[in-house]
Design a protein around this ligand. Structure first.
Ligand SMILES: O=C(O)CCC(=O)c1ccccc1C(=O)O
Ligand SMILES: [Mg+2]
Length: 333
């Protein structure tokens, strides 16, 4: 196994209530046995292990137990194994996952971020014009009243688009109650992680509102079983990189659907190898709703060519055998 370091700058920082993301660093993971395969480990501290922990885990991973690895390292090795196995089976990864028909594309949301009102409105308009069925705004980094004004302005400008918000755990229970009361009138599909990750009961309580409740950080903090038991959300945001692999994310998505919870697959703004794998996970889920997979445009540089480009609000599903068709880090050297 070999792990090649990479660094991908963002086109502009993605401001979240938990801080700015300006660059994505990680490793392309190449394995030779049991079959040649390529994976990506792209750790994001706060969501996964650190870069140094990821490197150390990959260095000691050879022949070791997959499930002892921290999430990003596990993702890298797991994807390399899945890539090799799918190629051995002569199938694109989503078909290897069990989807029994060809899927050309999956719907995606535009990630508009935390832009101030005027820019946010402009970006949402552009996204709707470009064919995105849904848009996602970050909230929680500004005073609640300012955020509600932003959302109101976006809703006024684009009455029909599916609107999603992501607070990254920034609101108190009182703020969330006030926010949801106002958002119910603005036809917001859901708020991701309105409350801190620790507060499953608070999320369960917010479900009395019309506006949906989505768990993101809370899923990783508590695990899927505790999130299910708490009845904490109607939507689960599944990030394969943070969960430890595309296989883990797919398993969680199937578990979610069995419990009447909607899975939405997204990335931690990964490179194109991991983003393609996330698209395969989404493509394995019949009728999946718009996923957060239009994150390639947030990067100023990426692995080239893009195996899953976004066109008219949909990510193209890669059809080559395996994940992207590439088999080794050298394919991107
Ligand atoms: O879901 C999307 O549209 C994009 C992904 C995204 O917002 C994100 C990207 C990196 C780290 C955290 C998050 C998040 O969903 O909180
Ligand atoms: Mg989120």
């Amino acid at each position: 196994m070999n792990a090649d370091y990479f660094s991908l700058p963002l086109a502009e920082p993605l401001a979240t209530a938990a801080g700015d993301i300006t660059e994505r660093e990680g490793f392309l993971v190449g394995i030779d046995a049991p079959a040649p395969g390529l994976g990506e480990a792209c750790p994001l501290p706060g969501w996964t292990e650190s870069l140094d922990e990821c490197r150390a885990a990959l260095e000691s991973a050879d022949g070791g137990e997959l499930d002892t690895l921290p999430p990003a390292a596990r993702h890298g090795v797991s994807l390399a194994l899945l890539d090799g196995a799918a190629r051995d089976a002569g199938l694109p990864l989503y078909r290897h996952f069990g989807r029994d028909e060809r899927v050309e594309s999956v719907p995606v949301n535009a990630t508009v971020g935390d832009a101030a009102t005027e820019t946010a409105v402009e970006r949402v308009r552009d996204s709707v014009d470009a064919g995105f069925p849904a848009v996602k705004l970050k909230v929680g980094a500004r005073p609640l009243g300012t955020d509600l004004d932003r959302v109101r302005a976006v809703r006024d400008a684009c009455p029909d688009v599916e609107l999603r918000l992501d607070a990254n755990g920034a609101w108190t229970r009182a703020e969330a109650a006030e926010a949801f009361a106002a958002l119910d009138a603005l036809d917001v599909a859901y708020v991701e992680q309105p409350l801190p990750a620790g507060d499953l009961a608070g999320h369960a309580d917010l479900r009395r509102h019309e506006t949906g409740v989505a768990l993101d950080e809370g899923l990783y903090e508590h695990g899927v079983d505790a999130a299910l038991d708490a009845g904490a959300a109607d939507t689960w945001i599944l990030k394969p990189m943070a969960m430890g692999g595309p296989d883990v994310a797919l398993e969680a998505a199937v578990l979610a659907r069995g419990a009447g919870i909607d899975p939405v697959v997204t990335t931690t703004i990964d490179g194109a190898v991991a983003r393609a794998a996330a698209v395969h996970v989404a493509a394995a889920l019949p009728g999946v709703r718009a996923c957060g997979l239009a994150t390639g445009d947030l990067l100023a540089a990426d692995f080239d060519p893009d195996p899953a480009p976004v066109e008219s609000g949909r990510a193209r599903v890669p059809q080559k055998e395996g994940n992207t068709g590439a088999t080794s880090p050298a394919d991107y050297a």
